[in-house]
Every structure is written in C-alpha cells, then in structure tokens.
Ligand binder design. Structure first.
Ligand SMILES: C[S@@+](CC[C@H](N)C(=O)[O-])C[C@H]1O[C@@H](n2cnc3c(N)ncnc32)[C@H](O)[C@@H]1O
Length: 235
C-alpha cells in the first residue's frame, strides 16, 4: 500500500499534463455537459486526483465533493480549486467505507480509478447508497488493450485541426517535455501493477452487468480514442 500511495504522490507532480491533452479535455467536457444537462447540483468525484474535472467545471453551477487517498493529489486539487464553497475535499481510500456524513449526491464520477478497487460490487453498492434516487454514475476506465500512443496520436490530430495547431503543438512539446517524461515513467510503473495483478482491468461488460444488477439502466461509450470506455448508469 505504501508503494502504491508513493507512486500516486509522484504522479501528482506530473499529472496535470493531461489537462493539456485534447482527448482528456473532450472527455471531461462530455461528462460536465451530461451532468449539467441532467440538472445535477452536487457531484461526488471519486479518485479526483489533481482536480481536473473540478477545474474544467469551475464556471458551471455544480458543486463537487472530491475524494482521493493521496494527500498530495488533494493538495494540488485545492490549489487549483481554491473556492471551498464549490469544492469540498475528503481523504478516502475506495477500498474502505465512505466516511460518515457524506451527503447524498446527484451524480458520481469515477474516472480512471476502478482498477484500484478490490471488490467492485461492494464499491458500487456503496456508491448506490450515496446516490440520490434519480442520480447517475459515470465510470471511465481503460480497456486491457489500452495504448497511450493512440491517445497521443488523437491529441496531435485534434491540436493540428486548431488554428496555429503546429505552433501550439511545438510549444506544448517544449514546455511539457519533462513532466511528460515523468508521466510516462510513472505510467510504466502503474502498468507493472497491472501485470502483477495488483490492479485489474474491469471490462465494460463487468461494470455494465453489476450496475444493471443494482437497478441501473446503462449506456456505454468510447472515450479517449477508444482506449477507454465510459459506462453511464442511470436509475
Ligand atoms: C489516474 S488518476 C485519475 C484522477 C482523476 N479522476 C482524473 O481523471 O483526472 C487515479 C487517482 O486515483 C487515486 N487512487 C488510487 N488508488 C486509490 C484508492 N485505493 N483510493 C482512493 N483513491 C485512489 C490516485 O491517487 C489518483 O489520484
């Protein structure tokens, strides 16, 4: 556990590179638009990391409860999202009980976290208790065939389609080279945890079946150049 926490803490120092990734921004925007469209006012962000969802949603009316087990992730999240009336933070390990007193929310977002969950059914049951009757849950997770190269190519394609795309790309490469390198190294270490069975790639079918068992109607979409899936459960 110490090694895992340590790894995620190192990750927190380079994780914001993904804020510059066009496919990641598009994925967060899709989630935020759906949450807004459903009229959600309070969102639980599970494994919120450095708070990119909260940052990109800062001009929307929605409020967030952001949870993570890494103090360092949450510290950066708070720096990026200083408005305490909009973003509350809770230190929480997803494999433990939710701290008492977490109010019921309109939506739950869980992006790239379920692979750290040891008992997915128990986790989803716990989430269901926290979700209001009409609420939605958004789960994004990598497919076992995940390739960061495919996301990088999609980023290049999307950036080149923008005015002055080639200059934007050149500046990003220069400015982000070092954190990008660190991100790739930590990613490799995390992949080692996958191959050692400490982390599990749950398929979209598994997530879909469990949510349906809990009474949700489910839709599944591709995100991040098809390298990840987004399962949306609505009650
Ligand atoms: C890949 S990051 C995703 C962050 C954020 N959801 C995003 O998409 O930007 C995974 C996050 O899960 C957190 N995490 C890993 N294991 C965890 C656990 N057992 N309990 C709670 N959070 C955990 C890490 O600290 C990290 O912030």
């Amino acid at each position: 556990m110490f090694f895992k926490k340590f790894l995620w803490s190192i990750y927190s120092f380079c994780y914001d590179v993904i804020l510059f990734s066009a496919p990641h921004r598009a994925m967060f925007k899709t989630i935020l638009e759906k949450i807004d469209g459903e009229g959600s006012s309070l969102v639980l962000d599970v494994g919120a990391g450095t708070g990119n969802l909260e940052f990109l949603g800062r001009n929307r009316s929605v409020k967030f409860i952001a949870t993570d087990f890494s103090r360092s992730m949450l510290a950066i999240l708070r720096l990026k999202n200083p408005n305490r009336s909009k973003v509350e933070t809770i230190l929480w390990n997803v494999n433990c009980e939710l701290p008492a007193g977490v109010v019921r929310v309109d939506a739950i977002v869980c992006v790239n976290v379920i692979f750290t969950v040891t008992d997915l059914e128990r986790f989803l049951r716990q989430m269901s208790k926290t979700l209001k009757e009409s609420g939605s849950i958004f789960i994004v997770s990598p497919r076992s065939s995940f390739s960061i190269r495919m996301i990088a190519s999609e980023h290049v394609r999307m950036t080149m389609a923008r005015p002055f795309g080639i200059f934007i790309l050149a500046i990003q490469i220069i400015v982000l080279a070092i954190p990008l390198l660190l991100l790739l190294v930590v990613n490799l270490l995390i992949e080692t945890l996958f191959s050692s069975d400490q982390y599990v790639y749950f398929s979209e079918g598994t997530v879909q079946d469990l949510l349906q068992k809990l009474g949700y109607s489910v839709t599944v979409n591709d995100v991040l150049a098809g390298q990840e899936y987004m399962v949306i459960g609505r009650r």
